[in-house]
Design a protein around this ligand. Structure first.
Ligand code: LLP
Length: 426
């Protein structure tokens, strides 16, 4: 459930009419709903309640910053008690700037540089999720040399098919992530023996936009077996990070498992583990908490197909349709009740700049406002300035008020960072 709904015939974010934001901030612009973010944060936490009810410690919920790194969004989640799952120094700095306590930050990613590892050590983050023995040795040496001990887990690759889009699947043997299960025990033993590292558990994340609990349960069961094996090897295992991945409904008929179903499954599978659990949800928190608001530039007659509804948002602002063929509902801000079939496209000079093909949608004409829904996760953060279009603005609504939470970065500001060198001046 989200807080984008029609009031008196106009789509509102909470109590703010979207036409007001379009008039005052311009389009395209992302609009986030604070109440929706808070609701999702609470529903996810409540979904995990069975873990606590069966005697487990309060889990750490580390929001996957990559899904929406906007400072205001992170602040909302920090106030809900969330930590952060970060995958770069940039995300780490953001999470701290937003008020997330360092001990609630986990650092994932296969390619953490030495400087990023050092930053994590300097800021005393709660956990490094190590993805290779090479990374583990580097982190251990770095920490040991400074008299520090890095808290860490070993991320394993369970070789499970998450049954999601190939580009966002991360837990199959051929994916670059984690340590293959068959090498996990020897790698754990190798790294656990090193000074500078407190290897206290394992981590897993098999993919994103999962619409089925079964692959998750298979992966978690493998983790459970590994925890038992590691204990049998003499290691003390106190922490397990189960990653993110829970899907959201992008279109009618898509029914992802609820956080309650997910929490019940996790509680059942992890009942005897006796560990601190961590979770890294991104999309399920932020996805339906945002829309991309856009204006129709013009409607162009089609060739041998439906008309092209050309909007002022493009693949540089919302990359998911071009990148993954992803579906985003497309609705008029003031629906007339009439419908049309359209190809919804942006202005960029690539055929891939297509949001929807042969889409049954509200009838629209030049100047009308419309939204792409479920754009709060992996939306603005994946923007680029392709075609010198600048970076899209972001706003957050809170009841009857709203604020610009990221300025539009105009093309000429980006150009200001470029220069023509001396050798081209003559
Ligand atoms: N933890 C790790 C280690 C991850 O790699 C990811 C996502 C998450 C947590 C959060 O997953 P979520 O709960 O959001 O599913 N750009 C793509 C999604 C890429 C996801 C990458 N990793 C998209 O737009 O669909």
């Amino acid at each position: 459930m989200d807080h984008f709904r029609l009031i008196d015939g106009e789509l509102h974010a909470e109590d703010v009419p979207l036409s007001r934001i379009a008039a005052e901030v311009g389009t395209p612009v992302y609009v986030y709903s604070r109440a929706t973010l808070e609701r999702h944060a609470r529903v996810f936490r409540e979904g995990l309640a069975p873990i606590v009810e069966q005697g487990g410690p309060e889990p750490l919920i580390a929001f996957a910053v990559k899904s929406n790194p906007n400072l205001a969004v992170l602040r909302v989640l920090a106030r809900e008690g969330y930590g952060a799952d970060v995958v770069s120094g940039g995300e780490l700095v953001r999470a701290l700037a937003a008020g997330m306590p360092a001990e609630r930050i986990v650092f994932s990613g296969v390619g953490k540089t030495r400087a990023e590892l050092q930053l994590g050590l300097d800021r005393r983050i709660g956990q490094f999720n190590i993805e290779s023995s090479e990374e583990g040795r580097e982190l251990a040496a770095l920490a040991d040399g400074q008299g520090l001990t890095a808290q860490a887990t070993l991320r394993i690759n369970p070789d499970v098919d998450a049954k999601t889009h190939a580009k966002i699947s991360t837990g199959k043997a051929e994916n670059k992530f984690g340590i293959p299960l068959i090498r996990a025990r020897e790698t754990f033993a190798e790294l656990a023996a090193l000074g500078g590292l407190h290897l206290r558990g394992v981590a897993v994340h098999i993919g994103s936009q999962l619409l089925d609990l079964e692959p998750l349960e298979t992966a978690f069961a493998k983790v459970g077996q590994l925890v038992a094996d590691l204990r049998a090897d003499g290691h003390t295992i106190t922490h397990v990070d189960l990653g993110g991945g829970l899907g959201v409904p992008y279109r009618a008929g898509e029914n992802p498992p609820s956080p309650a179903d997910y929490g019940a499954m996790v509680a059942r599978v992890t009942r005897d583990w006796g560990v601190h659990l961590a979770f890294e949800p991104g999309r399920v928190i932020a996805g339906n908490a945002g829309v991309l608001l856009t204006r129709v530039v013009r409607v162009k007659r089609g060739g041998n197909g439906p008309p092209f509804v050309i909007v002022d948002a493009a693949m540089n602002d919302l990359a998911r349709p071009a990148l993954y063929g992803a579906w985003h509902d497309f609705d008029a801000v003031r629906p007339s009740g009439e419908r049309m079939t359209a190809n919804v496209v942006g202005p960029i000079c690539e055929t891939g700049d297509t949001f929807a093909t042969d889409r049954d949608c509200d009838a629209l004409q030049s100047g009308d406002l419309a939204v792409f829904r479920t754009a709060g996760a992996y939306g603005a953060t994946m923007a680029s300035s392709y075609n010198s279009r600048g970076f899209v603005a972001e706003t957050m609504v809170d009841g009857a008020r709203y604020a610009v939470v990221a300025d539009r970065i105009a093309a000429d500001v980006i150009m200001d960072a470029e220069r023509v060198p001396d050798f081209l001046q003559d």
